[in-house]
Write a protein that binds this ligand. Structure first.
Ligand SMILES: Cc1cc2nc3c(=O)[nH]c(=O)nc-3n(C[C@H](O)[C@H](O)[C@H](O)COP(=O)(O)O)c2cc1C
Length: 361
């Protein structure tokens, strides 16, 4: 049983050394939004995971909502990412770039001068967000996208994916979870459009399916994965009645496109049985590789794989404080505690200085 987690896995055309995935995690070390040597060292240290999914990365200036997150829309960023893909590949892991368009989760102080905060509808978030320049700030109201802006955003995902391949990534993960632009289209509370992109399930799913189709056509379906958070409430997403039918529909359509994987994140907002049911539906409708994430430990990961609920398991927080998390898991070693104070602070502290058991970094 135990070796289930540590066995190789073939995902489409891509061979993974084990079934352990490092979940995407924003760490805000990309000064001026450009990937750097420090980030290359961080990912290199963790490259015993079968698959690494990078932190959320902006496909365009409009998609860049947070301070110090990386982009993949200019040559300097592409060159920066090459350092990371090279160091990860040397160690044998595969690496996908997570493409995150933040949509309404943004503030002008976190963006370049001419960027716009866009969303399906002009519905602002209620809370505040952090900016380097002026600390916590109210969320501004986003601009409701025109059809032209929707098609432009789709094209940004496509170009970002092409750039990712140029930077040496094995593929991309479209961030359809956690309340960012794609999920803002899916959710009827943030999408109140009356055109082809709002209203019915088919219409709310149109944006994500068009993005997935266009990206898969540009870089290959085997190189295109997606993250979804059914029942997720991060970034003020609300729950709505037809969540099960919405995700059943998307999973089926993404299955027809033949994407590499669907990666689900469980935010623990509903009863475990409700979550299990939707995850089973997604797996049955999609028919390709699925990755589950959210609160797993070794026992639950092995259980989920051996009972056929998922193919791969992604771990997030344990990878932050344990560069050698895969070895620790294999040998049942104690894990380093995570320092929450340094999750998003610039510099090496709490980033590349967590110890590994053999003393090597
Ligand atoms: C510091 C931090 C940053 C995160 N950034 C992202 C992100 O950029 N994209 C994303 O999809 N999820 C992000 N997440 C969510 C994680 O990928 C994961 O879903 C979550 O930590 C639950 O998994 P775990 O219980 O194994 O930690 C982040 C989580 C943490 C702790």
């Amino acid at each position: 049983m135990e070796n289930q987690l540590f066995q190789p896995f073939t995902m489409g055309q891509i061979s993974l050394d084990n079934k352990i995935v490092m979940a995407p995690m924003t760490r805000s070390r990309a000064i001026s939004n450009i990937p750097n040597e420090l980030m290359a060292e961080y990912y290199r240290q963790r490259s015993t995971a079968g698959l690494i999914i990078t932190e959320g990365t902006a496909p365009s200036p409009n998609g860049l909502g947070y301070a110090r997150i990386p982009g993949i829309y200019n040559q300097e960023q592409i060159e920066g990412w090459k350092k990371i893909t090279t160091s990860v590949h040397k160690q044998g892991s595969k690496i996908f770039l997570q493409i995150m368009h933040t949509g309404r989760v943004s503030h002008p102080l976190n963006m370049e001068k001419n960027a716009s905060i866009l969303a399906p509808s002009a519905i602002p978030m209620k809370g505040q967000m952090y900016t380097d320049e002026a600390g916590m700030q109210d969320y501004p109201s986003p601009k409701a996208m025109t059809t032209e802006e929707i098609l432009q955003a789709e094209q940004e995902f496509v170009q970002a994916s092409i750039n990712a391949i140029e930077a040496g990534f094995d593929g991309v993960e479209l961030h359809g979870a956690n309340g960012y632009l794609i999920q803002q289209f899916l959710n009827p509370a943030t999408n109140q459009r009356t055109d082809d992109y709002g209203g019915s399930i088919e219409n709310r799913a149109r944006f994500v399916l068009e993005v997935a189709d266009k990206v898969a056509s540009a870089i290959g379906k085997d190189r295109t994965g997606i993250r979804l958070s059914p029942y997720g409430t991060a970034s003020e997403m609300s729950l709505y009645d037809d969540i099960p039918s919405t995700y059943a529909y998307i999973a089926e359509k993404l299955g027809e496109l033949g994407l590499a994987y669907i990666h689900t994140v469980n935010q623990g907002t509903v009863e475990p049985s409700v979550m299990s049911e939707i995850l089973a539906t997604i797996k049955a409708k999609f028919k390709h590789t699925v990755i589950h994430n959210g609160g797993f430990d070794k026992t639950t990961a092995i259980d989920s794989i051996s009972s056929g609920k998922t193919d791969l398991v992604a771990f997030g927080r344990p990878f932050i404080s344990n560069p050698d998390f895969v070895q620790r898991l294999a040998n049942n070693e104690t894990l380093n505690p995570m320092d929450p104070e340094t999750l998003y602070t610039p510099g090496a502290k709490g980033y590349t200085d967590y110890p590994s058991l053999n003393g090597l970094k």
